[in-house]
Design a protein around this ligand. Structure first.
Ligand code: SF4
Length: 440
C-alpha cells in the first residue's frame, strides 16, 4: 500500500503552473514534467488577517452560506432553518457512496510515490481498489452508527468502484496523457497527473467569511502542447449525469466555486468551472453570470433566528425533506390536499392502537392536524401495519424507552390499505419545533 501525503488543498495557499511556461510535453522527461514552475499563489481559504478571522477570535461567528445550504434555503426556508437546529441527521446511501469516491480520489491524488520506480505499471487498479475498500468501510461504520439510517447496500461498492475509475479517467484525460487506461499508467504518468492538480478537497472561503464551499479539485487547464492556459475548478459528481444542459442548481454551484476563486485571487488566469460526471465520464462546463452578489442576498435571509423561517411546502421539496417529523406545515398541507396523501409510499403522523412486537404487526390511527403548531387529534382513519428490520428496531426501542406519544412514520409502503415498514422506512417521535432556544 502506498502512503499518502497531505494535499495542497489542505493549506491556505498553493501554487499553480506558471502561465508563461512554454513546453511540449512529448519532449519532456518525467522530471521536467514535474517542474511546472510554481510562481502563482492561489488563495483557497482565507487570507491571514481577514476581518472575519479577527471577529471569530473575539468570539463572534458569522453564519456561512455554502452551495448546499443556499439550495436548501431556496427550496424551503423552513427546511434550512430546521437543518440548523442540531436535529438528528439521516444517513443516505448516495451520500455515503459519494463520500467514498471523493475521499478515494483525494487520497490517490496525494499518493506519496516519490521513491517508486517511474516505469512501474499495473499498480493503479489494485491501489485504487484498496483505497476505495478502506473508505467504503469507514463510510459503512459511520452510516451504521447514525441512528436514522436505512439499509446499507454493500452491493453498491461496484458502482462506487466504477465511479472512482470514471473520475480518475477524467483526471487523466485532463493531463493529456497519450493513453488513459489505468492498468497501463506508469508511476511517472501519475506523477505528471499529480503535478497538474493544484488543490484537492480544499475549503474555499470568502474574505468576509460569509461564503464557503468545499472544492473537489483545482487543476491546470492545459493546451494541447501541455502549456497551462488557466485553471479548471472541478466538482466530482457521482449521481446521474445530465441529459442536455446542466441543472440550474448545479450550474450555480459550479459558478459559485469559480467566482469565489476569482474573488480570492484578483490576478487569476482564465477559470473554467466543470462538473465531472463519473458514471459516464462526461464533463459539463458551467457558464454564465457571476453569482456572488446573489449569494450575499441569500446570506442576508439565512441569518440565525429563534423564530422558524417561512415554510414553502411542495410535493418534491417535502418528499425529499428529512425534517418532516419536526415540521407541522407539511402535515397541515397534506390534510388540506395541497400535498398528495396517496401513492405507493407514504408519510404519516399516527398513534399506535395495537402492536404485537413478536409478530411485527398492529393497528395505527392517523392523527388529524388541529392547528398550525403541530397539535393533532384522533381521526376515524385506521390502518393495519407490518414492521420489520430497522423500522421495527426503532419502534421497539421507543416502546422500551416508555414513549407513548405521537409518531412520525416516514416512507411506509402501502398495499391493500396496509402499511409496510422496513429498512426503507423510519419511525420517530412527532416533535414539531416552533422556536429555537439557541439560534444557529
Ligand atoms: S417538510 Fe416541507 S414545508 Fe416542512 S420544512 Fe420540509 S420542505 Fe419545508
Amino acid at each position: 500500500m502506498f502512503a499518502t501525503k497531505p494535499g495542497p488543498g489542505k493549506q491556505t495557499t498553493t501554487s499553480a503552473p506558471d502561465l508563461d511556461e512554454s513546453s511540449d510535453k512529448s519532449m519532456l522527461t518525467p522530471d521536467d514534467m514535474m517542474s511546472h514552475a510554481h510562481k502563482t499563489d492561489i488563495t483557497i481559504g482565507t487570507p491571514e488577517g481577514a476581518d472575519w478571522v479577527n471577529q471569530m477570535n473575539e468570539g463572534f461567528r458569522a453564519h456561512q452560506l455554502s452551495p448546499s445550504s443556499w439550495s436548501r434555503y431556496e427550496q424551503c426556508p423552513r427546511k434550512y432553518w430546521l437543518s440548523r437546529q442540531r436535529l438528528p441527521r439521516k444517513a443516505s446511501m448516495p451520500a455515503a457512496l459519494g463520500n467514498a469516491v471523493h475521499n478515494s480520489v483525494e487520497d490517490i491524488c496525494n499518493l506519496d510515490i516519490d521513491d517508486r520506480d517511474d516505469e512501474e505499471v499495473g499498480w493503479m487498479p489494485p491501489t485504487a481498489k484498496a483505497i476505495l475498500d478502506r473508505h467504503w468501510k469507514i463510510e459503512k461504520e459511520g452510516f451504521m452508527a447514525t441512528p436514522r439510517h436505512p439499509r446499507w447496500k454493500d452491493e453498491l461498492i461496484t458502482q462506487a468502484h466504477d465511479g472512482l475509475v470514471g473520475a480518475l479517467n477524467i483526471l487523466c484525460s485532463k493531463s493529456l496523457l497519450p493513453q488513459t487506461r489505468l492498468s497501463e499508467l506508469t508511476i511517472s504518468d501519475w506523477k505528471y497527473v499529480q503535478s497538474i492538480v493544484l488543490a484537492n478537497e480544499g475549503t474555499l472561503v470568502s474574505e468576509c467569511g460569509r461564503l464557503m464551499g468545499r472544492l473537489d479539485l483545482l487543476v491546470a487547464d492545459l493546451e494541447e502542447n501541455g502549456q497551462s492556459k488557466g485553471w479548471i475548478v472541478a466538482d466530482l459528481k457521482t449521481g446521474r449525469p445530465p441529459v442536455g444542459a446542466l441543472d440550474p442548481k448545479v450550474s450555480r454551484q459550479l459558478r459559485f466555486y469559480r467566482d469565489l476563486l476569482k474573488r480570492n485571487n484578483p490576478d487569476h488566469p482564465p477559470i473554467r468551472a466543470e462538473g465531472w460526471y463519473s458514471a459516464n465520464q462526461t464533463i459539463h462546463e458551467a457558464t454564465g453570470d457571476n453569482v456572488i452578489d446573489e449569494a450575499f442576498v441569500a446570506w442576508e435571509g439565512m441569518r440565525p433566528s429563534s423564530q422558524p423561517l417561512e415554510a414553502t411546502p411542495g410535493e418534491r421539496t417535502c418528499g425529499f425533506c428529512e425534517w418532516k417529523a419536526w415540521c407541522p406545515v407539511w402535515w397541515n398541507a397534506t390534510a388540506e390536499g395541497i400535498l398528495p396523501s396517496s401513492g405507493a409510499f407514504r408519510d404519516e403522523v399516527v398513534r399506535i392502537i395495537r402492536y404485537d412486537s413478536e409478530g411485527g404487526a398492529g393497528l395505527i390511527e392517523r392523527m388529524a392536524p388541529v392547528d398550525e403548531s403541530g397539535n393533532v387529534s384522533p381521526s376515524p382513519k385506521r390502518f393495519g401495519f407490518t414492521v420489520k428490520d430497522q423500522a421495527k428496531y426503532q419502534l421497539d426501542e421507543l416502546i422500551s424507552d416508555g414513549y407513548e406519544g405521537i409518531l412520525f412514520i416516514g416512507s411506509a409502503r402501502v398495499s391493500s390499505k396496509v402499511l409496510h415498514l422496513g429498512d426503507w422506512s423510519e419511525i420517530i417521535p412527532w416533535q414539531p419545533i416552533l422556536e429555537s432556544s439557541t439560534p444557529v
